[in-house]
Design a protein around this ligand. Sequence first.
Ligand SMILES: Nc1ncnc2c1ncn2[C@@H]1O[C@H](COP(=O)(O)OP(=O)(O)OP(=O)(O)O)[C@@H](O)[C@H]1O
Length: 326
Amino acid sequence: MSSEGEFVNRDYVFVVNPTGGNGRTGRDWKKLLPLLHSRLGKSWNVREALTTGPLHAIELAREAVQNGAAAVVAVGGDGTLNEVLNGFFKDGEAVHPQEIQAGPRTAIGLIPMGTGSDFARHFGWNVNDMNQAVDRLVVGNKRKMDVGRVVLVDDKVDRYFLNVASLHLSAKAGARVAKYKRLGNLSYVLGAIDAFRDHQNRNLKVRVDGGEWQAVPDVSAICIGNAKYFGGGMKITPTADPFNGKLEVVTLRDFKWYDFITKMHTLYAGSHIQLKNVSKESVSTIEVDEEMEAGRREVYVQADGEHIGFLRASFSVLPGKIDFIV
Ligand SMILES: Nc1ncnc2c1ncn2[C@@H]1O[C@H](COP(=O)(O)OP(=O)(O)OP(=O)(O)O)[C@@H](O)[C@H]1O
């Protein structure tokens, strides 16, 4: 009990993916835990929760939020952060502590130790720099951050994202990156080449902010950014800002395989948005479907690098929905 008689939970729950960064996260965690105890331990209860497999981080984070933890911190890559975020939501609603407690809502944090760690790039945080990450937690500044939500109508999937969601070529590439992850950042290039082998641009239709459906021919990829980077450092949605209450949508049309070789450097620089056949818009919601329904199951959808299913999809922003430790 605090002096005002309020119950304030002091748990900082660290959800660790020991397989992240090709096993490096597990090795580094052994050094990080004593550092957390010595630097955070006086103010907070440091709790460790190791994942045992894919999606386990969702359950671990949800349990922590239900128990009213002060913060849940993802230790790993963007995939682990995504799963931790999804533990804050259930059935389309924010999860609340099981007992009504005074005090601030559970915050979310990140110790970036993944392969790509693209979300950390948005903030210029150094990946695998434990001291910098712990400094951030010790200072404990929080900002209300926007959360992206994607609903897949056919797959009955409801998934939240903090970084970038996308569909078609980039999403298929993301799904194929996993088998090359032991090769580090090169995995993203190999995943893209792999995805291109059976890729065809597709005629889609989109509806922005509840307006009219518009046909968009020859779509290579549509990328929906809450933050700027994906694919191991590509500045794909270069004007995205997770604090502006909007999602940044970048549509790549009619790309041929050789365009990705000759124009690859523009994706890393963020200058691709000046190319012909690339458009950008700021939205609150965007719905996407096949123009002709045949072949719908071939249009992949990913969120924060995690394959989640196939079109039809609806993406929307939940402004300021989470307190992020920045
Ligand atoms: N204990 C585990 N065993 C196997 N896979 C796991 C385990 N815990 C989490 N995962 C899965 O590992 C995948 C990748 O994790 P994570 O994002 O942390 O690392 P990464 O892929 O190296 O980094 P990045 O996503 O930034 O490139 C996630 O899809 C997650 O579901």
